[in-house]
Design a binder for this molecule. Structure first.
Ligand code: FAD
Length: 400
Protein backbone atom coordinates (compact mmCIF):
# COMPACT_ATOMS: atom_id res chain seq x y z
CA UNK A 1 0.00 0.00 0.00
CA UNK A 2 1.30 3.46 -0.88
CA UNK A 3 2.14 5.52 2.20
CA UNK A 4 2.45 9.27 1.87
CA UNK A 5 3.84 12.05 3.99
CA UNK A 6 4.06 15.79 3.59
CA UNK A 7 6.61 17.86 5.52
CA UNK A 8 8.34 21.22 5.35
CA UNK A 9 11.81 19.71 5.04
CA UNK A 10 12.95 16.22 4.05
CA UNK A 11 16.55 15.25 4.85
CA UNK A 12 18.30 12.31 3.18
CA UNK A 13 21.03 11.04 5.52
CA UNK A 14 20.61 10.81 9.28
CA UNK A 15 24.33 10.76 10.04
CA UNK A 16 25.89 13.26 12.43
CA UNK A 17 25.22 16.29 10.22
CA UNK A 18 21.80 15.30 8.85
CA UNK A 19 20.36 14.37 12.23
CA UNK A 20 21.72 17.53 13.90
CA UNK A 21 19.99 19.57 11.20
CA UNK A 22 16.75 17.62 11.56
CA UNK A 23 16.71 18.21 15.31
CA UNK A 24 17.51 21.90 14.97
CA UNK A 25 14.80 22.46 12.37
CA UNK A 26 12.19 20.48 14.31
CA UNK A 27 13.03 22.47 17.45
CA UNK A 28 12.47 25.64 15.41
CA UNK A 29 8.94 24.42 14.64
CA UNK A 30 9.33 22.88 11.16
CA UNK A 31 7.83 19.51 10.22
CA UNK A 32 10.84 17.39 9.31
CA UNK A 33 11.41 13.91 7.84
CA UNK A 34 14.80 12.15 8.00
CA UNK A 35 15.56 9.18 5.79
CA UNK A 36 18.47 6.85 6.54
CA UNK A 37 19.16 3.24 5.66
CA UNK A 38 20.05 2.32 9.20
CA UNK A 39 19.81 3.43 12.82
CA UNK A 40 23.17 4.00 14.53
CA UNK A 41 24.05 1.42 17.16
CA UNK A 42 24.79 2.46 20.73
CA UNK A 43 28.55 2.43 21.36
CA UNK A 44 29.74 -0.45 23.53
CA UNK A 45 32.89 -2.43 24.20
CA UNK A 46 36.16 -1.32 22.63
CA UNK A 47 36.23 2.14 21.01
CA UNK A 48 35.09 2.21 17.39
CA UNK A 49 37.71 2.97 14.74
CA UNK A 50 35.91 6.05 13.44
CA UNK A 51 36.33 8.96 15.84
CA UNK A 52 36.26 12.75 15.41
CA UNK A 53 37.88 15.64 17.21
CA UNK A 54 34.88 17.74 18.16
CA UNK A 55 35.61 21.41 18.72
CA UNK A 56 33.94 23.84 21.10
CA UNK A 57 31.57 25.32 18.52
CA UNK A 58 30.26 21.83 17.63
CA UNK A 59 29.98 20.93 21.32
CA UNK A 60 27.84 24.01 21.92
CA UNK A 61 25.62 23.15 18.95
CA UNK A 62 25.19 19.55 20.15
CA UNK A 63 24.35 20.85 23.63
CA UNK A 64 21.74 23.20 22.23
CA UNK A 65 20.20 20.22 20.42
CA UNK A 66 20.11 18.17 23.64
CA UNK A 67 22.45 15.52 22.18
CA UNK A 68 25.68 16.32 24.04
CA UNK A 69 23.94 15.53 27.34
CA UNK A 70 23.19 12.01 26.02
CA UNK A 71 26.80 11.14 25.20
CA UNK A 72 28.31 8.51 27.53
CA UNK A 73 30.81 10.61 29.49
CA UNK A 74 33.00 7.57 30.20
CA UNK A 75 33.68 7.29 26.44
CA UNK A 76 34.67 10.94 25.86
CA UNK A 77 38.33 11.82 25.39
CA UNK A 78 38.78 15.47 26.37
CA UNK A 79 42.10 17.00 25.31
CA UNK A 80 43.58 19.98 27.06
CA UNK A 81 46.63 20.51 24.85
CA UNK A 82 47.95 19.89 21.36
CA UNK A 83 51.53 19.15 20.37
CA UNK A 84 52.52 19.38 16.71
CA UNK A 85 56.00 18.77 15.40
CA UNK A 86 57.88 18.24 12.18
CA UNK A 87 59.83 15.00 11.97
CA UNK A 88 62.50 16.46 9.70
CA UNK A 89 63.26 19.78 11.34
CA UNK A 90 63.33 21.31 14.78
CA UNK A 91 59.93 22.93 14.11
CA UNK A 92 57.34 22.40 16.81
CA UNK A 93 54.34 24.15 18.26
CA UNK A 94 52.16 23.55 21.30
CA UNK A 95 48.72 24.78 22.28
CA UNK A 96 47.21 24.76 25.74
CA UNK A 97 43.59 25.25 26.75
CA UNK A 98 44.75 27.35 29.70
CA UNK A 99 46.01 30.04 27.28
CA UNK A 100 42.39 30.74 26.37
CA UNK A 101 41.01 30.05 29.84
CA UNK A 102 39.14 27.09 28.39
CA UNK A 103 38.71 23.79 30.27
CA UNK A 104 39.87 21.84 27.20
CA UNK A 105 40.42 22.22 23.47
CA UNK A 106 37.81 19.66 22.46
CA UNK A 107 36.90 16.00 22.75
CA UNK A 108 37.73 12.87 20.79
CA UNK A 109 34.43 11.06 20.32
CA UNK A 110 33.35 7.99 18.39
CA UNK A 111 31.23 8.99 15.39
CA UNK A 112 28.60 6.39 16.25
CA UNK A 113 28.33 7.76 19.81
CA UNK A 114 27.48 11.19 18.39
CA UNK A 115 25.05 9.78 15.83
CA UNK A 116 23.40 7.61 18.47
CA UNK A 117 23.00 10.52 20.91
CA UNK A 118 21.41 12.59 18.15
CA UNK A 119 18.98 9.79 17.24
CA UNK A 120 18.04 9.37 20.90
CA UNK A 121 17.32 13.09 21.19
CA UNK A 122 15.34 12.93 17.93
CA UNK A 123 13.08 10.13 19.24
CA UNK A 124 11.44 12.50 21.71
CA UNK A 125 11.32 15.49 19.37
CA UNK A 126 7.83 16.52 18.18
CA UNK A 127 7.66 17.36 14.48
CA UNK A 128 10.44 14.93 13.50
CA UNK A 129 9.72 11.64 11.71
CA UNK A 130 12.44 9.06 11.03
CA UNK A 131 12.23 6.73 8.04
CA UNK A 132 14.52 3.69 7.98
CA UNK A 133 14.78 3.33 4.23
CA UNK A 134 16.55 4.84 1.22
CA UNK A 135 15.18 6.95 -1.59
CA UNK A 136 14.77 5.32 -4.99
CA UNK A 137 13.52 8.35 -6.91
CA UNK A 138 13.42 12.11 -6.41
CA UNK A 139 12.10 15.15 -8.24
CA UNK A 140 12.55 18.86 -7.63
CA UNK A 141 9.38 20.68 -8.69
CA UNK A 142 8.53 24.35 -8.74
CA UNK A 143 6.56 24.26 -5.49
CA UNK A 144 7.67 21.00 -3.92
CA UNK A 145 10.32 18.29 -3.88
CA UNK A 146 9.33 14.61 -3.92
CA UNK A 147 11.06 11.49 -2.68
CA UNK A 148 9.95 7.93 -3.26
CA UNK A 149 11.47 5.57 -0.74
CA UNK A 150 12.37 1.92 -1.23
CA UNK A 151 9.41 0.95 0.98
CA UNK A 152 7.20 2.93 -1.49
CA UNK A 153 6.53 5.81 0.89
CA UNK A 154 6.00 9.00 -1.10
CA UNK A 155 7.26 12.09 0.70
CA UNK A 156 6.69 15.65 -0.40
CA UNK A 157 8.58 18.59 1.08
CA UNK A 158 9.20 22.25 0.36
CA UNK A 159 12.92 21.72 0.82
CA UNK A 160 15.08 18.64 0.25
CA UNK A 161 18.39 18.47 2.15
CA UNK A 162 21.24 16.24 0.99
CA UNK A 163 23.17 15.07 4.07
CA UNK A 164 23.92 11.64 2.65
CA UNK A 165 27.70 11.75 2.83
CA UNK A 166 30.61 11.95 0.42
CA UNK A 167 28.99 9.73 -2.25
CA UNK A 168 25.69 11.59 -2.02
CA UNK A 169 22.90 9.98 -4.02
CA UNK A 170 20.85 13.18 -3.87
CA UNK A 171 23.74 15.28 -5.23
CA UNK A 172 24.11 12.84 -8.12
CA UNK A 173 20.38 12.79 -8.91
CA UNK A 174 20.34 16.59 -8.92
CA UNK A 175 23.40 16.55 -11.21
CA UNK A 176 25.27 19.03 -9.06
CA UNK A 177 28.82 19.23 -10.50
CA UNK A 178 31.58 18.23 -8.14
CA UNK A 179 35.12 19.57 -8.01
CA UNK A 180 37.33 16.81 -6.70
CA UNK A 181 41.00 16.02 -6.34
CA UNK A 182 42.77 12.94 -5.06
CA UNK A 183 44.87 14.01 -2.06
CA UNK A 184 47.33 11.21 -2.94
CA UNK A 185 46.95 9.95 0.61
CA UNK A 186 45.14 7.09 2.24
CA UNK A 187 44.33 7.40 5.94
CA UNK A 188 44.99 4.39 8.11
CA UNK A 189 42.91 4.42 11.30
CA UNK A 190 43.36 2.19 14.33
CA UNK A 191 43.26 2.18 18.12
CA UNK A 192 46.62 1.84 19.83
CA UNK A 193 47.90 1.30 23.36
CA UNK A 194 50.60 3.61 24.66
CA UNK A 195 53.30 2.73 27.18
CA UNK A 196 53.21 6.20 28.74
CA UNK A 197 49.88 7.96 29.50
CA UNK A 198 48.76 10.38 26.80
CA UNK A 199 47.96 13.03 29.44
CA UNK A 200 45.00 14.21 27.34
CA UNK A 201 47.29 15.73 24.73
CA UNK A 202 46.39 15.46 21.02
CA UNK A 203 49.59 14.94 19.08
CA UNK A 204 50.41 15.25 15.41
CA UNK A 205 53.73 14.64 13.72
CA UNK A 206 54.33 15.70 10.14
CA UNK A 207 56.31 12.89 8.50
CA UNK A 208 57.86 13.42 5.06
CA UNK A 209 55.05 11.34 3.50
CA UNK A 210 52.11 12.72 5.46
CA UNK A 211 50.75 13.56 8.91
CA UNK A 212 50.22 11.09 11.74
CA UNK A 213 47.77 12.05 14.50
CA UNK A 214 47.48 10.46 17.94
CA UNK A 215 44.12 11.36 19.42
CA UNK A 216 43.72 10.69 23.17
CA UNK A 217 40.76 8.48 24.12
CA UNK A 218 39.08 8.16 27.52
CA UNK A 219 41.50 5.40 28.62
CA UNK A 220 44.75 7.22 29.59
CA UNK A 221 46.77 4.63 27.64
CA UNK A 222 44.64 4.46 24.49
CA UNK A 223 44.79 6.67 21.39
CA UNK A 224 43.04 6.62 18.08
CA UNK A 225 45.48 7.17 15.21
CA UNK A 226 45.00 8.68 11.77
CA UNK A 227 48.09 7.98 9.69
CA UNK A 228 47.96 9.59 6.23
CA UNK A 229 50.45 8.35 3.66
CA UNK A 230 50.69 7.49 -0.05
CA UNK A 231 48.40 4.56 -0.96
CA UNK A 232 51.18 1.96 -1.31
CA UNK A 233 52.65 2.85 2.06
CA UNK A 234 49.23 2.83 3.71
CA UNK A 235 48.60 -0.60 2.19
CA UNK A 236 51.94 -1.91 3.53
CA UNK A 237 51.22 -0.45 6.97
CA UNK A 238 47.81 -2.06 7.04
CA UNK A 239 49.14 -5.50 6.02
CA UNK A 240 52.33 -5.84 8.07
CA UNK A 241 52.19 -7.86 11.28
CA UNK A 242 51.09 -6.12 14.46
CA UNK A 243 54.55 -6.16 16.07
CA UNK A 244 56.17 -4.51 13.05
CA UNK A 245 53.36 -1.96 12.85
CA UNK A 246 53.89 -1.06 16.51
CA UNK A 247 57.62 -0.60 15.94
CA UNK A 248 57.11 1.66 12.94
CA UNK A 249 54.57 3.71 14.86
CA UNK A 250 56.86 4.04 17.86
CA UNK A 251 59.73 5.27 15.66
CA UNK A 252 57.47 7.64 13.68
CA UNK A 253 56.28 9.30 16.90
CA UNK A 254 59.83 9.71 18.29
CA UNK A 255 58.87 7.46 21.26
CA UNK A 256 57.03 10.39 22.83
CA UNK A 257 54.52 8.00 24.37
CA UNK A 258 57.00 5.18 24.81
CA UNK A 259 56.44 1.98 22.92
CA UNK A 260 53.14 1.76 21.03
CA UNK A 261 51.12 -1.37 20.30
CA UNK A 262 48.19 -2.09 18.05
CA UNK A 263 44.91 -2.53 19.96
CA UNK A 264 42.39 -3.02 17.14
CA UNK A 265 41.86 -3.83 13.49
CA UNK A 266 43.30 -1.40 10.96
CA UNK A 267 41.11 0.32 8.35
CA UNK A 268 42.19 2.43 5.40
CA UNK A 269 40.25 5.30 3.77
CA UNK A 270 41.25 6.97 0.48
CA UNK A 271 41.31 10.74 0.96
CA UNK A 272 39.68 12.93 -1.66
CA UNK A 273 38.99 16.64 -1.67
CA UNK A 274 35.42 17.21 -2.85
CA UNK A 275 33.56 20.43 -3.26
CA UNK A 276 30.06 20.77 -4.74
CA UNK A 277 29.81 23.63 -7.25
CA UNK A 278 26.39 24.58 -5.86
CA UNK A 279 25.52 24.17 -2.22
CA UNK A 280 21.95 25.24 -3.02
CA UNK A 281 19.48 24.98 -5.85
CA UNK A 282 15.77 25.82 -5.85
CA UNK A 283 14.25 23.39 -3.26
CA UNK A 284 17.64 21.80 -2.54
CA UNK A 285 20.45 22.32 -0.01
CA UNK A 286 23.65 20.26 0.32
CA UNK A 287 25.55 19.91 3.58
CA UNK A 288 28.26 18.00 5.42
CA UNK A 289 30.27 15.54 3.37
CA UNK A 290 27.63 15.71 0.62
CA UNK A 291 28.83 19.29 0.02
CA UNK A 292 32.55 19.02 0.87
CA UNK A 293 35.20 16.59 2.06
CA UNK A 294 38.61 17.73 3.31
CA UNK A 295 41.85 16.14 4.44
CA UNK A 296 41.50 14.96 8.07
CA UNK A 297 44.85 16.50 9.08
CA UNK A 298 43.21 19.31 11.02
CA UNK A 299 40.26 17.20 12.21
CA UNK A 300 37.72 19.69 10.91
CA UNK A 301 35.45 17.75 8.49
CA UNK A 302 32.46 17.13 10.70
CA UNK A 303 32.98 20.42 12.55
CA UNK A 304 32.52 22.11 9.19
CA UNK A 305 29.39 19.98 8.66
CA UNK A 306 27.98 21.01 12.05
CA UNK A 307 28.61 24.62 11.02
CA UNK A 308 26.51 23.96 7.88
CA UNK A 309 23.77 22.49 10.00
CA UNK A 310 23.72 25.39 12.44
CA UNK A 311 23.71 27.99 9.67
CA UNK A 312 20.85 26.36 7.75
CA UNK A 313 18.77 26.15 10.93
CA UNK A 314 19.52 29.82 11.70
CA UNK A 315 18.70 31.04 8.19
CA UNK A 316 15.42 29.13 7.93
CA UNK A 317 14.19 29.77 11.44
CA UNK A 318 14.83 33.51 11.16
CA UNK A 319 12.57 33.66 8.10
CA UNK A 320 9.82 31.27 9.11
CA UNK A 321 7.21 33.21 7.19
CA UNK A 322 9.04 32.40 3.96
CA UNK A 323 9.15 29.32 1.77
CA UNK A 324 12.18 27.29 3.00
CA UNK A 325 12.86 26.05 -0.54
CA UNK A 326 13.10 29.57 -1.99
CA UNK A 327 16.48 30.01 -3.67
CA UNK A 328 16.94 33.59 -2.51
CA UNK A 329 16.60 32.48 1.09
CA UNK A 330 18.77 29.41 0.59
CA UNK A 331 21.48 31.57 -0.98
CA UNK A 332 22.19 33.08 2.43
CA UNK A 333 23.09 29.61 3.64
CA UNK A 334 24.93 28.70 0.43
CA UNK A 335 27.13 31.80 0.37
CA UNK A 336 28.08 31.55 4.02
CA UNK A 337 28.96 27.89 3.93
CA UNK A 338 30.78 27.95 0.61
CA UNK A 339 33.03 30.66 2.04
CA UNK A 340 33.67 28.58 5.19
CA UNK A 341 34.42 25.45 3.16
CA UNK A 342 36.72 27.31 0.75
CA UNK A 343 38.65 28.80 3.67
CA UNK A 344 39.12 25.35 5.20
CA UNK A 345 40.09 23.71 1.89
CA UNK A 346 42.68 26.41 1.23
CA UNK A 347 44.11 26.03 4.74
CA UNK A 348 44.42 22.25 4.28
CA UNK A 349 46.19 22.74 0.93
CA UNK A 350 48.61 25.20 2.53
CA UNK A 351 49.44 22.78 5.35
CA UNK A 352 49.87 19.88 2.98
CA UNK A 353 52.19 21.85 0.72
CA UNK A 354 54.30 23.15 3.56
CA UNK A 355 54.75 19.83 5.30
CA UNK A 356 55.27 17.63 2.24
CA UNK A 357 58.77 16.48 1.36
CA UNK A 358 62.29 17.47 2.22
CA UNK A 359 62.78 20.60 0.15
CA UNK A 360 65.34 22.59 2.23
CA UNK A 361 63.48 25.89 1.78
CA UNK A 362 60.24 24.39 3.03
CA UNK A 363 62.12 22.70 5.88
CA UNK A 364 63.55 26.08 6.83
CA UNK A 365 60.11 27.70 6.80
CA UNK A 366 58.72 24.86 8.92
CA UNK A 367 61.56 25.07 11.39
CA UNK A 368 61.53 28.84 11.77
CA UNK A 369 57.81 29.39 11.18
CA UNK A 370 56.51 26.89 13.71
CA UNK A 371 58.92 28.06 16.39
CA UNK A 372 58.15 31.72 15.71
CA UNK A 373 54.41 31.11 15.98
CA UNK A 374 55.02 29.04 19.11
CA UNK A 375 56.52 32.14 20.73
CA UNK A 376 53.96 34.64 19.38
CA UNK A 377 51.25 34.49 22.03
CA UNK A 378 48.59 36.67 20.29
CA UNK A 379 48.89 34.77 16.99
CA UNK A 380 48.71 31.46 18.81
CA UNK A 381 45.57 32.57 20.59
CA UNK A 382 43.97 33.47 17.26
CA UNK A 383 44.89 30.12 15.74
CA UNK A 384 43.56 28.37 18.80
CA UNK A 385 40.21 30.13 18.82
CA UNK A 386 39.92 29.31 15.12
CA UNK A 387 40.53 25.62 15.84
CA UNK A 388 37.90 25.75 18.58
CA UNK A 389 35.51 27.23 16.03
CA UNK A 390 35.10 30.30 18.23
CA UNK A 391 36.99 32.88 16.22
CA UNK A 392 34.88 32.46 13.12
CA UNK A 393 32.74 35.35 12.05
CA UNK A 394 29.28 34.44 10.88
CA UNK A 395 29.35 34.72 7.10
CA UNK A 396 25.57 34.80 6.80
CA UNK A 397 24.48 37.81 4.81
CA UNK A 398 20.99 38.97 5.70
CA UNK A 399 20.33 40.84 2.45
CA UNK A 400 17.02 39.73 1.09
C1 FAD B 1 40.10 9.07 8.54
C2 FAD B 1 39.18 10.21 8.82
C3 FAD B 1 39.30 10.91 10.02
C4 FAD B 1 38.46 12.00 10.30
N1 FAD B 1 38.62 12.70 11.46
C5 FAD B 1 37.84 13.79 11.69
C6 FAD B 1 38.01 14.57 12.88
O1 FAD B 1 38.86 14.30 13.74
N2 FAD B 1 37.22 15.66 13.07
C7 FAD B 1 36.29 16.01 12.13
O2 FAD B 1 35.61 17.04 12.32
N3 FAD B 1 36.08 15.28 11.02
C8 FAD B 1 36.83 14.18 10.77
N4 FAD B 1 36.63 13.45 9.64
C9 FAD B 1 35.52 13.80 8.74
C10 FAD B 1 34.18 13.24 9.24
O3 FAD B 1 34.28 11.86 9.47
C11 FAD B 1 33.10 13.51 8.19
O4 FAD B 1 33.14 14.87 7.83
C12 FAD B 1 31.70 13.19 8.76
O5 FAD B 1 31.57 11.83 9.05
C13 FAD B 1 30.62 13.60 7.77
O6 FAD B 1 29.36 13.44 8.37
P1 FAD B 1 28.05 13.47 7.47
O7 FAD B 1 26.91 13.32 8.42
O8 FAD B 1 28.09 14.64 6.54
O9 FAD B 1 28.17 12.19 6.53
P2 FAD B 1 28.21 10.66 6.91
O10 FAD B 1 28.83 10.44 8.23
O11 FAD B 1 28.79 9.96 5.73
O12 FAD B 1 26.65 10.27 7.05
C14 FAD B 1 25.83 10.08 5.93
C15 FAD B 1 24.57 9.35 6.35
O13 FAD B 1 23.73 9.20 5.21
C16 FAD B 1 23.25 7.87 5.12
N5 FAD B 1 23.05 7.61 3.69
C17 FAD B 1 23.97 7.71 2.69
N6 FAD B 1 23.39 7.44 1.51
C18 FAD B 1 22.09 7.18 1.77
C19 FAD B 1 20.98 6.82 0.96
N7 FAD B 1 21.09 6.72 -0.38
N8 FAD B 1 19.79 6.61 1.55
C20 FAD B 1 19.65 6.72 2.89
N9 FAD B 1 20.66 7.06 3.71
C21 FAD B 1 21.86 7.28 3.16
C22 FAD B 1 24.33 7.01 5.75
O14 FAD B 1 23.77 5.80 6.26
C23 FAD B 1 24.83 7.93 6.87
O15 FAD B 1 24.11 7.74 8.08
C24 FAD B 1 37.46 12.38 9.34
C25 FAD B 1 37.33 11.66 8.15
C26 FAD B 1 38.18 10.59 7.88
C27 FAD B 1 38.03 9.84 6.57
Amino acid sequence: MLKTGSVDIAIVGGGMVGMATALGLAKAGFQVAVVDRARPEAPSGEPDLRVSAINRASERWLRELGAWQRLPTERLGPYGAMAVWDKDSLGKIGFDAADLNEPNLGHIIENRAIAHALWQAAKDQPGLTQYISAPKAMALGEREAWLTLEDDTLLSARLLVAADGAHSWVREQAKVPLVFRDYGHHALVATIRTQRPHDQVARQVFLPDGPLALLPLADPHQCSIVWSSPPKQAEALSQCDAARFGQQLTVATDTRLGSLTLDSERAVFPLTMRYARDFVRPRLALMGDAAHTIHPLAGQGVNLGFGDSQTLVEVLSQAKERDPGDLKLLNRYGRARKAAAQEMLAAMDGFRWLFAGNNPVKKGIRDLGLNLVDHAAPLKKRLLSHALGLGLQSHVSWNR
